[in-house]
Design a protein around this ligand. Sequence first.
Ligand code: AHG
Ligand code: MN
Ligand code: MN
Ligand code: MN
Length: 333
Amino acid sequence: MNRISLTRHLVEEQRLNNTIPAELRLLIEVVARACKTISHAVGKGALGEVLGTADTENVQGEVQKKLDILSNEILLEANEWGGHLAAMASEEMESIHPIPNRYPMGEYMLLFDPLDGSSNIDVNVSIGTIFSVLKAPEGMGAPTEQDFMQPGSKQVAAGYAVYGPQTMLVLTTGNGVNCFTLDREMGSWVLTQRNMQIPEDTQEFAINASNTRHWFPPVTRYVNEMMAGKTGPLGKDYNMRWIASMVADVHRILNRGGIFMYPADARDLDKPGKLRLMYEANPMSMIVEQAGGASTDGKQRMLDIVPTKLHQRVPVFLGSKNEVARVTKYHQE
Ligand code: AHG
Ligand code: MN
Ligand code: MN
Ligand code: MN
């Protein structure tokens, strides 16, 4: 097998398409290196004393796991000194993290969900890291939260690492989606899937069905129609999967199609869904679109939403194009 490393892939992509300037390449490689460190900690589990809960809550009101905090620290430390960033923002930090004065300031901004799938940490089920890269606005002074309020369509790169039976890195810089597998012995990322494509149609859906009683009518209608199977209005049998780690659910969809939903529901009208626009929905939407899929908040294209606050939540419908179009249409009717 002719092994293409992440570095080689990024260099060649720059030569071909001119989409990965040196600073962006450094950024991606630094994030990928941090994910290796996180993967190593995840792999140690109890032996590394990384499992279990910390006695703190994040700004979202979630109890933090030790690995949420550790992964956040690993990403911060890895990315501070390189001179490629102006600021960072994370699910686990209340406010933005400008690059300290002792380091040069770069032109990119990095956002991340350091550890996705926290409820799966202690049960040895796949978890991951999600990241999104924006450009700092032209002529920006000291970075503020406002500088981050850019729609997802402005992302210059997005990706995730999934820590499963294998550790993989899925990456887009706006020119298709590629997947790298971590060679643990060599410590290198090796290109293993090029130009991933999500089939337009699917017979598989992912939703936390324990919330059925809280759903709004368009979601109830859609799920009921899928559950009705071959003799129902959609004319086919569907299968259901819910891993409860968005990275793992999205990774399945990238590989064999499907639709992933985390809708808003009637429990708390001030809380439109569970997932966060900037750390989860936007990067995953860029990846999904780049793989030929679609992503909406039920009403509009996810990547067109202009954020109003850093930790904003959104309903999420993403995956196979035709199914996302259907459930989006139900919301408009
Ligand atoms: P996080 O662990 O980063 O807080 O995100 C968890 C998210 C997402 O990964 C997953 O799809 C969803 O929460 C699971 O929610 P349920 O607990 O409702 O299954
Ligand atoms: Mn969380
Ligand atoms: Mn998450
Ligand atoms: Mn998280």
